[in-house]
Design a protein around this ligand. Structure first.
Ligand SMILES: Cc1cc2nc3c(=O)[nH]c(=O)nc-3n(C[C@H](O)[C@H](O)[C@H](O)COP(=O)(O)OP(=O)(O)OC[C@H]3O[C@@H](n4cnc5c(N)ncnc54)[C@H](O)[C@@H]3O)c2cc1C
Length: 427
């Protein structure tokens, strides 16, 4: 490809990685009127139908991997200032901490599972909690901040803040993702509802993407492509010939609308709740739902992951009502406001996970975690991958999008050193 060849960039996946990457490409200094960028999304219902529309939305300097968090946090602040993120996607700083205590009997028989039996989403991996004294609580309940009134003091054993004020924020993931896409479209990015079935390659470089239109599942078309960016989340390993060491974990979540008079202060809680005994769960069962207060009197709560197999597309994800009921019962057992609230959404999605066990010459086998970010030349020149962001993709999307835009448009990443996340480290 010569320098004068017009760029024809196809992004596979309209989740937060695909839409944010499209946004940053459309703002890149080398983006020309002749640069064609297409976001291809398999869902019949538009962008952000997977994890990117159904996540909690926590943005934290305590996230991982470090390489991406610094640039991503800075970019989140910048994006919110530039595009009025407060009104547009619910951007705000929040308190965040680990809450430990006891759930109380709420009239229903509270069970531990299935929501109580899977693996927690592990957001707290590697997090150093700040001493609870920093919250200056006057409450007898250990460490509970004075304005965190929507969990019961008498059920609280301890609260430890995760970060200092200003180091933790939130967005509404669906609104953030769709806003990124809309802002990219304003600069000429195209959106197509269609499922990629293969990446076309010739002489060791990408030449196109073949897809089936989401609205017409019989007819195949090929879009020519000088560059292909694979951002298919949990589905990133499903295209023929592109073997990525990624897997998928399903997780359920609900949203609750507390009564209008309830005061829900801005906190995100990582709970450890010891349930009261019930006919189906033994005394002392511990569950760990995450609870996110959101602007507009909404509370989001999610449960652990399970091992349901990945379905064909995001539109085929099955929601297990029992898992949603469990999350509701668990959070209601520590909060009157959530107990009195109305459950509005019951949903499930698949988290993209990349874990590889690798042996360096003469060294022990070590486990390395994604995300994978970079050009996958082992498959083809012009094929880029941004996937495997596990439970921190909302936080790390702006850093990923900016890095991908630099790599595709300039040939190198300047905003951060992402060498450790390069595809060559994983494959
Ligand atoms: C319960 C839960 C809570 C979470 N909370 C947080 C949080 O608080 N903070 C945080 O930072 N992260 C959080 N996350 C993680 C975050 O949601 C993910 O890391 C992120 O959404 C992944 O984005 P993605 O774009 O890679 O994948 P996805 O959102 O899955 O998007 C991939 C898209 O690609 C499309 N696609 C797949 N295959 C094809 C194909 N062949 N052709 C075309 N399109 C295709 C899919 O339909 C999908 O829309 C949470 C995740 C879960 C499950």
């Amino acid at each position: 490809m010569s320098d004068s060849t017009p760029r024809n960039i196809v992004i596979i996946g309209g989740g937060i990685m695909g839409c944010t990457t499209a946004y940053y490409i459309s703002r890149h200094p080398s983006f020309l009127p002749s640069t064609r960028v297409t976001v291809l999304e398999a869902s019949k219902h538009g962008a952000a139908q997977g994890a990117s529309g159904k996540a909690g939305g926590l943005i934290s300097k305590n996230a991982y991997p470090d390489e991406l968090v610094g640039v991503s946090f800075r970019e989140h602040v910048k994006l919110a200032n530039e595009h009025n993120g407060t009104d547009r996607w619910g951007w705000r700083f929040v308190g965040c901490g680990s809450w430990t205590g006891r759930g109380e009997f709420i009239g229903d028989d509270i069970t531990g599972g299935p929501a109580g039996h899977g693996e927690s989403l592990k957001k707290s991996l590697g997090v150093t909690e700040i001493s609870s004294n920093s919250t200056k609580s006057s409450s007898k309940a250990k460490g509970l901040p004075d304005d965190l009134t929507w969990v019961k003091k008498d059920l609280t054993d301890s609260y430890s803040a995760w970060t200092s004020a200003g180091d933790t924020a939130q967005v509404h993931p669906y609104l953030f993702t769709t806003s990124m896409l809309e802002l990219a479209k304003e600069r000429g990015v195209q959106y197509i509802g269609g499922k990629a079935t293969s990446v076309e390659m010739s002489d060791g470089r990408t030449t196109g993407v073949t897809y089936i239109a989401a609205a017409n599942d019989k007819h195949k078309e090929t879009i020519p492509a000088t560059d292909v960016i694979l951002c298919a989340g949990a589905w990133s390993n499903t295209l023929p010939g592109i073997n990525i060491p990624s897997s998928a974990v399903r997780a359920h979540s609900i949203t609750i609308r507390p009564p209008a008079e309830a005061i829900i202060s801005p906190y995100v809680l990582f709970t450890e709740i010891t349930l009261p005994p019930s006919s189906s769960s033994r005394r002392g069962t511990i569950v760990e739902p995450e609870i996110y207060a959101r602007p507009g009197n909404e509370v989001y709560a999610c449960g652990p992951g399970d091992d349901e197999p990945l379905p064909e597309t995001v539109d085929d994800v099955i929601v297990d009502d029992t898992a949603c009921d469990d999350i509701r019962q668990h959070v209601a057992s520590i909060s009157q406001e959530l107990r009195d609230g109305k459950v509005e959404k019951r949903q499930a999605c698949f988290l993209p996970v990349v874990t590889v066990r690798k042996k360096a010459p003469g060294r022990k086998v070590k486990t390395i975690q994604g995300p994978i970010i970079g050009e996958a030349r082992m498959f083809a020149k012009g094929l880029f991958i941004a996937t495997g962001h596990t439970c921190w993709g909302i936080c790390n999307a702006p850093g990923t999008g900016k890095a991908m835009a630099e790599l595709v448009m300039d040939g190198k990443i300047s905003c951060a050193n992402l060498q450790k996340l390069d595809p060559v480290e994983f494959m």
